[in-house]
Design a protein around this ligand. Structure first.
Ligand code: ZN
Length: 579
């Protein structure tokens, strides 16, 4: 989409109007504030800058413009947010003609919506099923919220209903809702409680069906097969409604089954999802990581459940997130536990969740020896691609099992060890560099000026240095003139945009920027001189080399004197430099 059109859409949607249509805002003089919708807080630290048309939370650091607010609040894509705001302002955005594939998707979604209506309606007339659900303790409100229904005990109940509503044979055959025998279709889901599976934006893409009594044939649960709108392992049950709570509470509670999930939800554990099937997939982990980095697994207490929890944890850790296992008594699942003991006791179980490494250490069933445990954990470390995470994992394994980090490192390739050490250097902070970053991010039109005087290797803090390089790259191809425009960049990694928003502030100083730039420059030259001195010590017996180094050193010293002698920076030199 053209930048001009995006600008027009932004201009037509005042950020205060839009945000206040989602959350209550408070006006105090010129300031517009709110309680941040992206993190849990009691006093408002979320500020809307009306003149700059951007927002920034001083509690969690999140910032953005009107489009990214809608995107992040609704958990939709940038383009979906643009469309939404265009509609709101009555601006038409011409889109490409819809492809055949898309219309097929729409037809399928429509069929699933209709099937859901049919199932929900059935429940009204089947009092025995309704009573069964009530006996299991599910409230009417929950049944409604999750659109739970019932599939008739019939081979063509749904089929007849859809045909009456003019759904053609071809779509029926591709819907995954029917089997085929002797060229005739029959309902797959019969005499089952129906749980619709929703996509992230709340559209029904599949069903899970559960038997009413254990002696009914065909498996306790059956799920829709893969279709054009559903791939097993891509979705998580309940996430379309719980995503906001997950990002607010900063962790997700993962259970295995539909009923576990619903029971948890009814008891106020609204930051939950169910994994739908036995093992958690990488895709599901990635999906959840949009909302949180902390995962707590609340699986069945039996052996199979605990094994599945360990397997799921290892996938979460390989993806770089934190996994803890909450352990139920061996005969319970979350559903039965809540019925027996109630939510306060379950909360205690959750509070006592242990990280995977500790869980493995204590385990007496899945692993036969200490060595097997360590090898299992080191396999996870090896498959992790992030060096900092690797380092942290090794530290934790070392502490938990009382084995030296060195012997654990020796199991890994030597290359990783070196990289891990470098990683540690990153954590040093330099507040003057931070001030400079704040300055350029809040006055992006001045980046070019700063870049003429500051080179990336003037930075000592690796994080600022990397971000500075990214900013230079961005501003080479994009013209950024105001803070709010950072958030229009669709071709830039979201992590970088998040980092940028960390630096947005109303009160950045610009009067000391010259001073900082000079001091970084002087510091850089001094470091270069120090390096040359080291080289002279090493190569001093090579006359040619020695001469060249001395010459280089003299040049640097002259540069240094020039800056120090210039009146504007006199006092910096006197004050000395912190490095
Ligand atoms: Zn916040």
């Amino acid at each position: 989409m053209e930048d001009r059109l995006i600008q027009e859409i932004k201009d037509s949607n005042d950020i205060v109007d839009v945000i206040s249509s989602y959350i209550p805002v408070i006006r105090k003089g010129n300031a517009v504030m709110a309680r941040c919708p992206f993190h849990e807080e009691k006093t408002p630290s979320f500020r809307i800058n009306e003149s700059g048309q951007y927002f920034k939370c001083f509690g969690c650091g999140k910032g953005g413009n009107v489009i990214t607010f809608v995107r992040d609040y609704e958990h939709i894509t940038f383009m979906e947010a643009v469309e939404k705001l265009a509609n709101r302002a009555g601006i038409s955005i011409s889109s490409a003609p819809k492809s055949k594939k898309r219309s097929k998707t729409e037809l399928l979604l429509n069929v699933y919506q209709m099937a859901k209506d049919f199932f929900v309606n059935n429940l009204k007339f089947e009092t025995k099923v309704y009573e069964y659900l009530q006996k299991r303790g599910l409230s009417l409100e929950t049944l409604k919220k999750f659109e739970i229904g019932y599939a008739l005990d019939s081979f063509n109940g749904l089929q007849n209903y859809l045909k009456r509503n003019n759904i053609n044979q071809n779509i029926l055959e591709n819907s995954g809702l029917f089997g085929k025998k002797n060229d005739r279709l029959y309902d797959i889901f019969r005499n089952r409680i129906m749980f619709p599976i929703h996509s992230l934006n709340g559209k029904i893409v599949a069903f899970g069906g559960r038997v009413l009594s254990p002696d009914q044939g065909g498996g306790k649960y059956i799920n829709s097969p893969t279709t054009d709108i559903y791939h097993k392992g891509d979705q998580l049950y309940g996430l379309h409604l719980t995503k906001y709570e997950i990002s607010k509470k900063k962790y997700v509670l993962i259970s295995e089954g539909y009923l576990d999930f619903l029971r948890l939800y009814e008891n106020g554990f609204t930051n939950s999802v169910a994994s739908l099937g036995t093992s958690l997939t990488e895709k599901q982990v990635k999906l959840l990581s949009r909302y949180t980095e902390k995962f707590i697994l609340l699986y069945d207490g039996d052996n199979a459940g605990q094994k599945a929890a360990v397997r799921a944890s290892s996938i979460i850790i390989k993806e770089g997130y934190s996994a803890e296992i909450a352990v139920l008594p061996s005969e319970e699942d979350p559903d039965s536990y809540l019925i027996k003991y109630g939510k306060d006791d379950l909360q205690k179980i959750i509070d006592n969740a242990v990280p995977l490494i500790e869980f493995v250490k204590k385990d007496q069933k899945q692993f036969s020896s200490q060595r097997q445990k360590i090898e299992f954990l080191m396999e996870i470390v090896r498959e992790n691609s992030d060096n900092l995470t690797k380092d942290l994992l090794i530290k934790a394994i070392s502490e938990t099992f009382r084995i030296s980090e060195n012997s654990l490192f020796s199991v890994l390739k030597p290359k990783n060890l070196r990289m891990q050490k470098q990683e540690k250097l990153k954590l040093k902070d330099h507040s003057e560099e931070r001030t400079l970053m704040e300055f350029i991010i809040n006055s992006p039109n001045l980046i070019k000026n700063v870049a003429e005087r500051v080179k990336p290797d003037y930075f000592l803090n690796e994080i600022y240095k990397k971000l500075f390089i990214e900013l230079l790259k961005i501003t080479e191809t994009h013209k950024i003139e105001s803070v709010s425009e950072w958030f229009d960049l669709q071709d830039v990694d979201k992590k970088i945009i998040d980092q940028i928003s960390e630096f947005i502030t109303d009160n950045y100083g610009n009067e000391i920027i010259d001073e900082i730039i000079n001091s970084m420059y002087i510091r850089k030259i001094k470091l270069d001189i120090k390096n040359i001195n080291n080289k002279i010590m090493l190569f001093g017996d090579n006359i040619e080399m020695f001469k060249a180094l001395i010459k280089e050193k003299e040049d640097l010293k002259n540069q240094l004197n020039e800056i120090i002698d210039s009146p504007s920076t006199q006092f910096i030199a006197q004050r000395g430099l912190n490095e």
